[in-house]
Design a protein around this ligand. Structure first.
Ligand SMILES: [Zn+2]
Length: 391
């Protein structure tokens, strides 16, 4: 079950102690990623297992440099907009009003998300993969930046993705970009307002004060009010497949799917509801995805968490699994991480990063430096080999 954890987090621990500067963090992370099973003797090999490689677990922090908000971090949605409350799965599937509100917000936010691109952090992950140090990537992010930046690296999208919609009745998927055009056609006043807000730059910030200054007014619930078009009037389309061929419901009866004259889903319907292909709060992660993530942990020798406070249980549990397997744990995250003291308890003071690293830096700055260090080390290694061969 995906649930938000909004309690206070401990201050970050720094491991090794010198990793409290960008240069120190670079050194320790380089040691961490290049340490091999020969030097450590960590988990024994088994089929499909490569203990010389690292599995990455990434969260919102790696996408901040792409212009997307980190929900918790400095300037994140929770800290800036205290009235912000994510929608819960049960609310979405049962409540037409809640869906209007969700799609109205989503309609305004989509353009920025759609324009956003992977950043230096994602590109560095690609490079680490090219060097041969990464077994797979597990991400909590729904922005699809990992699959865009490094399609060749196995990537598990733990919480699904926003690039598509899935029908909760017939399970068909549709691209989100087409859906945006339908929302635009069904809500012309909102479409005009969106144009205006994109021009003013009001949607470039998650900060309610900055948004207000640029003309975006929101009510006390944090929802936007479009003049003469409150979000209660927002319309969204029905699933085209269910509309053409109403599915059979669990009780054996034929579902009823009705739309208004423009094609908007009608509340007389009992099917044809589209949902973003993300795991919403209060929704369970599909068992095949959960199993794939667990397998990815078991098939690696170490884990590096990037840009996540492990606030969702599903992510925290994967690191706990790694800890139980005695895998070295690395965390690169700005701010505290849920339960981090237990991950580093009893770590040797002679550790130079090989058996654990924790640094409080941003991924888009540090990871490219780590890639440079590793490339240098690999080049030296290759030259050394060459010299010994030519002697
Ligand atoms: Zn459908």
């Amino acid at each position: 079950m995906r649930i938000p954890y909004t309690g206070p987090l401990p201050p970050p621990i720094i491991v090794p102690r010198y990793a409290n500067t960008p240069a120190g963090a670079r050194h320790a992370l380089t040691r961490f990623l290049s340490a091999t099973k020969e030097s450590q003797g960590f988990p024994p090999s088994s089929p499909g297992h490569d203990s010389s490689k690292t599995v990455l677990l990434t969260g919102a922090g790696i996408s901040v440099a792409s212009g997307l908000a980190d929900y918790r971090g400095t300037g994140g949605t929770y800290t800036l907009n205290r009235t912000y409350r994510p929608i819960y799965y049960n609310e979405f599937i049962t409540n037409h009003e809640a869906r209007k509100r969700y799609w109205a917000r989503s309609f305004l936010g989509w353009t920025n998300l759609h324009r956003a691109r992977p950043n230096a952090g994602h590109i560095a992950v690609k490079e680490l993969g090219n060097i041969g140090l990464i077994s797979s990537v597990i991400t909590q992010n729904v922005d699809s930046f990992h699959s865009a930046a490094h399609p060749e690296l196995p990537t598990i999208e733990l919480h699904g993705y926003l690039r598509a919609l899935v029908c909760i009745h017939c399970h068909n998927q549709l691209p989100r970009s087409d859906f945006q055009k339908s929302l635009s056609a069904l809500n012309p006043q909102w479409a005009a307002f969106l144009e205006e807000m994109l021009t003013s730059g009001a949607l470039d910030s998650e900060n309610p004060a900055e948004r207000r200054a640029k003309g975006l007014k929101s009510n006390p619930d944090g929802d936007v009010d479009v003049p003469d078009a409150p979000y209660t009037t927002f319309r969204y389309p029905a699933c085209p497949t269910c509309l053409a061929h109403p599915p059979t419901l669990a009780d054996g009866t034929k579902a009823q799917v009705e739309v208004d004259s423009d094609g908007a889903w009608s509340s007389n319907s009992n099917a044809g509801v589209l949902k973003p292909a993300v795991v919403m709060f209060g929704e369970s992660i599909a068992s095949n995805i959960k199993n794939a993530a667990e397998e990815a942990i078991n098939n690696a020798g170490r884990i590096l968490v990037i840009g996540s406070s492990l606030a969702t249980y599903s992510a925290w549990r994967l690191v706990k699994q790694a800890k139980e397997r005695n895998m070295p744990i690395g965390i690169l995250n700005l701010g505290g991480v849920r339960g981090e003291e237990s991950f580093y308890a009893g770590i040797s003071s002679s550790n130079d990063g090989e058996i654990g690293v924790r640094c409080n830096e941003s991924a888009d700055k540090i990871l490219p430096m780590v890639v440079d260090s590793l490339r240098g080390a690999h080049t030296q290694h290759a030259e050394g080999m060459h010299q010994s061969l030519s002697v």
